[in-house]
Design a binder for this molecule. Structure first.
Ligand SMILES: NC(=O)c1ccc[n+]([C@@H]2O[C@H](COP(=O)([O-])OP(=O)(O)OC[C@H]3O[C@@H](n4cnc5c(N)ncnc54)[C@H](O)[C@@H]3O)[C@@H](O)[C@H]2O)c1
Length: 308
């Protein structure tokens, strides 16, 4: 956002965020989305005109183990923020939703009209969050956009790389770095090579989607609500992804195939048409670029991960 000339203030409780990752000159308020008094003060004192709400817990397994915490932080935090936004008269709101709202639909391309049926508490909090965003938008005249991200990968710069090992790309890097073969969960899915097919989106493309959404809301006639998929529209199988990882890392160890994981959809690929039409945004970066940028970040942060 700052790179695009927008003025930004960041509010973060630093549970996962690090101040060193902020561009120079971006003010940071340390605090929680659950602290209504702080949110109201920040909106008023800084003359906030729009909000991009990213803060959330995001681990599916953790959400299954701690559902109340996920509802409290993801839905409760959002409700608290929307009350502050409404009171301050902030007119624009972008919400980080997720393809997890869809659950495991059996369709070739997931459109925004595909029925939502989340299969874990994390996805439920994102769907409930969307309902709340739309309801608050209608009640208080806030123009809103909900962005349903598909599988985020890559790094905009090595020093900004996500150091968590929660998604497939870092999980494969982790195995290779330990001298172990990558794992494939299920090679008997009804897909061309039997492995799960996903829509991977480069985090730099995702950032551009947020900018496009914020700018759409900044238009003088911006009104109403919009919910859009943020994906590429192209499916990549786990086996294809592991091949690209082998090319990038130079480690071509053959993957081992293990049993399917319960709840894994064989295929989850976005229709990217609505984002192109409504936001004028289309993903520009491919899987090779995602893996290459993630690997650069992985190498830079080698020493930061626990157990190393
Ligand atoms: N990364 C993905 O693959 C993915 C996919 C779909 C949707 N999303 C959504 O995108 C958003 C951002 O994801 P991310 O990968 O950047 O996660 P992240 O954990 O890297 O970033 C979340 C940030 O929010 C902060 N935070 C968390 N709870 C907070 C609270 N209650 N108050 C204030 N700050 C808080 C954390 O410190 C962190 O800086 C989340 O809402 C997530 O659900 C992410």
């Amino acid at each position: 956002m700052t790179g695009a000339g927008e003025h930004v203030l960041v509010l973060d409780d630093l549970s996962a965020g690090r101040p060193s990752r902020l561009p120079q000159g971006v003010p940071l308020v340390e605090g929680s989305s659950l602290d209504g008094g702080l949110l109201k003060r920040v909106c008023a004192e800084h003359g906030v005109t729009g909000v991009v709400h990213l803060a959330a817990r995001k681990q599916v397994g953790e959400s299954v183990a701690q559902p109340a915490r996920y509802y409290r932080e993801n839905v409760g935090g959002l409700a608290t923020l929307l009350e502050a936004v409404a009171e301050a008269g902030v007119g624009r709101f972008v919400f980080s939703s997720s393809a997890a709202v869809y659950g495991t639909p059996e369709v070739d391309l997931i459109t925004e009209d595909t029925p939502c049926a989340p299969v874990n508490p994390y996805g439920e909090t994102k769907l409930a969050g969307e309902w709340l965003v739309r309801a608050a938008g209608a009640a208080h005249g806030i123009a809103t956009v909900c962005l349903r991200y598909f599988n985020v990968a890559g790094s905009a710069a090595p020093e900004l790389a996500d150091t968590g090992v929660f998604n497939i790309v870092p999980m494969v890097f982790d195995r290779l770095t330990r001298g172990e073969a990558p794992r494939i969960f299920g090679a008997d899915h009804p897909t061309p090579d039997g492995t799960c097919v996903r829509d991977y989106i480069h985090v730099a493309d995702l950032a551009e989607a947020h900018l496009a959404a914020a700018r759409r809301l900044a238009a003088p006639d911006a009104r109403g609500d919009l919910t859009v998929n943020i994906g590429t529209g192209r499916g990549v199988s786990v086996r294809e992804l592991i091949t690209v990882i082998g090319e990038v890392t130079g480690d071509h160890r053959a993957p081992v195939v293990e049993a399917r994981r319960p709840g894994d959809a064989p295929r989850a690929v976005a229709s990217a048409a609505l984002a192109a039409r409504e936001l004028g945004w289309t993903a520009r970066r491919g899987v090779r670029e995602m893996v290459g940028s993630a690997w650069d970040g992985w190498l830079l942060h080698q020493g930061d991960r626990p157990g190393e």
